[in-house]
Write a protein that binds this ligand. Structure first.
Ligand code: KIV
Ligand code: ZN
Length: 554
């Protein structure tokens, strides 16, 4: 990696990953600090140049998570990372003194800290959101970049909604911030409005018209509202941008951001066309995609480019015939190049803790202490039932939420009765916040509905189920089932994280794997409920009235 402050060599495209900031703004993608650290470690190993670790002013938790990432990931070069320096750790800040100082405080402990400050520039944002004139926008941008630069050598500025900003005004703002000391000019198509020719021309215009631009890095940040985020980002790169802001699996606000794996593999696969390179180890793409999907609860669509389950599946007879004759007839990249080759048979019931821990670490899951022990016990139970334990099984076990987030309610037992005759009924036994056992039975339209209804009766957290899915982790009759649940907090609760929008509609996810799909579903639903309870803070007080009442009732 070249110095993060100076421009990279002209053939190098910096990868700025914002999975932990813009990606985490996807409804329901909220991660715990521990999960953010785990994802940041995986991103560093993957080889990203810059990790946007969060928005430190959003909440004390966000501040702490960014600082923890800066402290650890920002001072370490993990095994497997191609670059010899740790990644830059970046914190987002609105163009206010308080945000900028807070962001700096959070990232300053990293070896390479960066402040990323932004201010909207488009007419619609100036008039309706900021209520500022053009002159006021230029003055504020200049003053805030000057302040940021007085604290930190590496400053990125984004004119929010650049895609809908008058180009001449954009040049004026960008010239002012370059004079004030910005080292990266990031050009966001905040609402995913532009099309590739237009966005490419916008970048070309900036490179031609902004004074001092030759000394800074131009960056692209595209949203996917029209499904054009990757095409727009590539058009920007062809026109001279040398940093791409991306997220794993393309997660992010609304329809998401440019997806890291698409940009990296486009530059890699079409290297003769672009003549550009990145510092990414492409063989880690599939593994990183899976980790982010599990930690955020954002399921990857099977036909997703590069990392989807079907990305290398050939169904049609004519395709299969072609593949058997020569793989390149229907494959422009190999599964091996993105780390999607067939999973290996790695461990069995006689494998010990050590081998289990080592293999998990190789797969990118840094479980320690109790979490490792809990995963190992789940592995042993599974190994008794299933002869072939694959990497995918291990990843699903490691990803199970049990023992990760705070568990106010945990599963003791679940039993269902169902079939073509009679009413599906579930009996659920949970351990409550004070260690008490609570048993509840319920009927439902199916066994899963019955289980969720019984849990609702016990937990009593106001919520609405918005998504439930169950998938086989591997092929075969004895495959592990992976359940994923997303639920929404009741609309009028009002206790929401401002970063994730108002209206009391915050979304919580949970996932779990088990060889019994009902058990997996129950654990996933409970994990989502526990996240909701953590947000509500119902059980944070040592002697909560609910817990006391429940304990005495049992
Ligand atoms: O989309 C956007 O405009 C952003 C900025 C904060 C860069 O995410
Ligand atoms: Zn964005």
């Amino acid at each position: 990696m070249t110095s993060p402050v100076t421009k990279p060599d002209p053939s190098y495209v910096r990868i700025f990953d914002t999975t932990l900031r813009d990606g985490e703004q996807s409804p329901g993608a909220t991660m715990t600090s521990e999960e953010k650290l785990e994802v940041a470690r995986a991103l560093s190993r993957l080889g990203v140049d810059v990790i946007e670790a969060g928005f430190p002013s959003a909440s004390p938790d966000d501040f702490d998570a960014v600082r923890a990432i800066a402290q650890t990931i920002g001072n370490d070069v993990p095994q497997g990372r191609i670059a010899t320096e740790p990644p830059v750790i970046c914190g987002l800040a609105r163009a206010t003194e308080k945000d900028i100082r807070t962001a700096y405080e959070a990232v300053s402990v990293a070896k390479h800290p960066r402040i990323h400050t932004f201010l909207a520039t488009s007419p619609i944002h100036r008039e309706h959101k900021l209520k500022m004139t053009k002159e006021q926008v230029v003055t504020r941008a200049r003053e805030m970049v000057t302040l940021a630069r007085s604290l930190c050598a590496d400053i990125e500025f984004s004119p929010e909604d650049a895609g809908r900003t008058e180009p001449e005004f954009l040049y004026e703002v960008l010239t002012a911030v370059v004079e004030a000391g910005a080292t990266t000019l990031n050009i966001p198509d905040t609402v995913g409005y532009t099309v590739p020719e237009e966005f490419g021309a916008l970048i070309a215009g900036i490179i031609q018209n902004v004074k001092g631009v030759e000394g800074v890095t131009v960056s692209v940040h595209c949203h996917n509202d029209l499904g054009l985020a990757s095409a727009n980002a590539l058009a920007g790169i062809r026109n001279g941008a040398r940093q791409a802001e991306v997220t794993i699996n393309g997660i992010g606000e609304r329809a998401g951001n440019t997806s890291l794996e698409e940009i990296v593999m486009a530059l890699h696969t079409r290297a003769p066309l672009y003549g550009l390179r990145t510092g990414i180890d492409t063989t880690q793409l599939t593994r990183t995609s899976r980790l982010v999907s599990l930690r955020t609860g954002m399921v990857v669509q099977p036909n997703k480019a590069v990392v989807g389950a079907n990305a290398f599946a050939h169904e049609a007879g004519i395709h299969q015939d072609g593949m058997l004759k020569h793989a390149q007839t229907y494959e422009i990249m190999t599964p091996e190049s993105v780390g999607a080759s067939k999973t290996l048979l790695v461990l069995g019931k006689h494998s010990g803790r050590h081998a289990f821990g080592v293999r998990l670490r190789e797969l990118g899951h840094a479980l320690e202490g109790e979490a490792l022990e809990a995963a190992f016990l789940r592995f042993k139970v599974l190994a008794d039932k299933k002869k072939r334990i694959t990497d995918a099984d291990l990843e699903a076990l490691a990803a199970s939420e049990v023992g990760r987030a705070r568990e106010y309610f945990s599963l003791e037992a679940v039993q269902v009765t169902c079939g073509s005759n009679g009413m599906p009924t579930a009996t659920v036994k949970l351990r409550g916040p004070s260690g008490e056992n609570i048993v509840q039975a319920a009927v439902g339209t199916g066994p899963v509905h019955a289980v969720f209804t019984a849990i609702d009766e016990i937990v009593k957290a106001p919520s609405e189920l918005i998504e439930y899915s169950i998938n086989a982790v591997t092929e075969g009759i004895d495959a592990l089932g992976h359940a994923s649940v997303r639920l929404r907090a009741a609309a009028n609760d009002g206790r929401v994280n401002p970063q994730h929008g108002a209206g009391g509609t915050q979304v919580f996810h949970g996932n779990a794997a088990d060889s019994d799909v009902i058990v997996a579903s129950t654990k996933a639903y409970l994990a989502a409920q526990n996240r909701l309870l953590a947000m509500l803070g119902t059980y944070e007080k040592a002697e909560s009235p609910e817990a006391t009442a429940r304990a005495s009732a049992n």
